[in-house]
Design a binder for this molecule. Structure first.
Ligand code: GLY
Length: 355
């Protein structure tokens, strides 16, 4: 059974994609179809959709991982599109996680001023977050998603089948965005989510649908992040900074692992301001610690990390903008703290909250 969620200009199909995709692709007969994969999705995911595709699909495969979400890889993709003679009427299918979806969508939107593309997310993270909402882009000069566009796909096909191809660590990374959606929108959803054990959970479909509905409501109301959509940045102001400084280090963090640290610290900011009660804050912290095995932020990286946060597109001068929460289910955007206070919050995280 496929569930269809409508966004302003496109639908998100949740369920077995082999049912919904073939009908959609019939609109593109006699056109070129390009499939972008990374080395993992080429091996583990492409076979699921291959029988639905024309025999003469054009394949582009890129190396996996956030470090490749850059201009060099874009040049490679644009070069292949030109080499294959892809034109404005043709279709690009982005089959992969957030990197493939964000970068593939960006390349499709800019190639020859834009060709149609669809997203087939294969990770939990991209199923509940990255593949919907039209944000596309790449990292540049160490700043995450600093080059990009807003452009909607023609459709998104969320098929939980692909989760079986994922390592547990990747699954857990995506779970961070599910936690975020619950914390910013719905106390009852939070209670359901906080009873999930990702190691034993088998039925992800209803969890994905509930989480997608949170994002759907927000991006339909505020597609260009003028106000409400900033709520989705909860955990991300600090999380992006941590992810950015760790990106080229050994033991780099997955997006959701960095966001989990960000949510812990930004929940403390929410508690300190009096938005979250102590009881709520402790319940969030305990759950994040148990699920993500949170580690301290290395002291020697803190200055780089502050610099990255100041460079983040949301922040001006010495003021850092946050989305904070409290009570659970309610979010406050454009909450501002200065750099010394943010440093203090990091110290409290390292020395008090992790005990
Ligand atoms: N991932 C945050 C957003 O889509 O706005």
């Amino acid at each position: 059974m496929t569930e269809i969620l409508a966004l302003a200009n496109y639908d998100v199909f949740v369920g077995n994609c082999t049912e919904s995709l073939s009908g959609f692709l019939s609109n593109y007969s006699h056109r070129k179809v390009v499939v972008l994969t990374d080395e993992h999705t080429h091996t583990f995911c492409l076979d699921r959709i291959r029988p639905l595709l024309p025999a003469d699909i054009l394949e582009i495969s890129i190396p996996a991982g956030e470090v490749h979400k850059d201009l060099n890889t874009c040049q490679f993709i644009w070069g292949k599109l030109l080499e294959f003679g892809v034109n404005r009427n043709d279709l690009m299918i982005n089959l992969g996680g957030g990197v493939v979806g964000d970068m593939g969508g960006f390349c499709a939107s800019t190639y020859k001023r834009g060709i149609d593309f669809i997203q087939i997310p294969t990770t939990l993270l991209s199923m509940v977050d990255a593949s919907i909402g039209g944000k596309l882009g790449i990292d540049f000069n160490g700043v995450k998603n600093s080059i990009g566009v807003f452009k909607d796909p023609k459709a998104v096909f969320v098929d939980p089948f692909f989760l079986d191809t994922l390592p547990k660590r990747e699954l857990r990374s995506g779970f961070a965005e599910i936690i975020k959606h619950a914390l910013i929108s719905d106390e009852i959803l939070w209670r359901q989510i906080s009873s999930i054990n990702i190691h034993t959970e088998k039925n992800w479909t209803p969890i994905i649908i509930d989480s997608l509905k949170v994002k759907q409501k927000i991006v339909v109301e505020d597609p260009y992040e003028k106000g409400l959509r900033k709520a989705l940045n909860f955990g991300h102001t600090i999380g992006h900074g941590i992810e950015g400084v760790m990106l080229h280090k050994e033991n780099s963090l997955l997006h959701g692992e960095a966001i989990a640290i960000g949510m812990a610290i930004e929940s403390w900011l929410s508690f300190h301001k009096g938005f979250l009660s102590e009881e709520e804050f402790i319940s969030i912290l305990i759950f994040l610690k148990r699920t993500f095995n949170l580690q301290p932020i290395r002291e020697e990286l803190i200055d780089d990390f502050i610099l990255l946060m100041k460079n983040d597109k949301k922040n001006e001068s010495d003021e850092i903008h946050f989305a904070v929460i409290g009570p659970i289910g309610k979010v406050h955007v454009d909450f501002v703290r200065d750099v010394p206070f943010v440093k203090k919050a990091l110290e409290i995280f390292n020395h008090n909250l992790l005990q």
